[in-house]
Write a protein that binds this ligand. Sequence first.
Ligand code: PSU
Ligand code: MN
Length: 326
Amino acid sequence: MSALTGIAKASIRRLHTRQLTSYIRLSPRVSEALKNNEPVVALESTIISHGMPYPQNVTTAQQVERIVSEYGSVPATIALIDGKIHVGLTNDELERLGKSGKSAVKTSRRDMAAVLSQKVLGATTVSATMIAAHMAGIPIFATGGIGGVHRGAESTMDISADLTELGKTPVTVVCAGAKSILDLPKTLEFLETQGVPVVAYGESDEFPAFFSPRSGLRAPWNMQTPEEVARMTKTALELGLSTGQVIAVPIPEAFAEQSAEIERAIERAVGEAEEQGVKGKESTPFLLKRVVELTAGASLTANIALVKNNARVGSQIAKSLATYDA
Ligand code: PSU
Ligand code: MN
């Protein structure tokens, strides 16, 4: 028996029960890929509905899928549609999500059962996408940024469910770190408590801060190649650790130039959110939208560039992981 098949048996929740299977709709391409142990990369949908404006959100989602394919893996964008967890979307479904924008339900772990039972349109956050990917047996997931511990969390207790999910679901999340709309030192502390390895990917061991390749904080691990990350992933799955992993890829240098301007916009947006009493699940979408407005779109260009870069790295990691199955 090959290594990954062994891992899959031990640690990946393939669609084994009839009940679970009845909730999941794999696209024909994703289904075929999983059957043949081809590399697959999961992609989230809140970034489409709530993270970017229409129509750039749809174009970006399509480009991201294309990049995953170009680098050798099969893309699987995940969303909750008409009571089913869809893994792999059609172009029409991507368009529907993009057009719905914030009228789709931003779905994290706590919302999944309600969204599915009420058959409303649900865009999955990092936490819900991890759950769905794990159910389908997809260990690699690429996105823009993860949620984190919000600034002022010591009084609001606003800590993203992404972080607790990373503590209990064995999916590797390739991202550009977390935005400085968050409290990054506390985010790293929380991930340590949850037992989640954070890997700075590339030349530097610094934890990237989404729009900026630098946060001034060191990540506990630094890896330089997809092969290294794939080896760690294989090891974690074989050990049955059942925790996720964060692979933090710095934004490409060419798009990092405006990070100081974006940083100022973030400070202002955080202030406005506080003044206007924006909280809970509205907080992140509010901040993202305000930062795009305040930077006249510069943050959107940077955001799109880093998501594409993460799609490439995610695809390379998935491809390397799949070689253990050969
Ligand atoms: N950060 C971004 N872009 C995003 C998100 C976060 O830079 O689109 C989305 C992701 O779906 C993430 C979610 O999982 O926001 C976290 O929301 P909250 O902070 O409410 O947990
Ligand atoms: Mn929150």
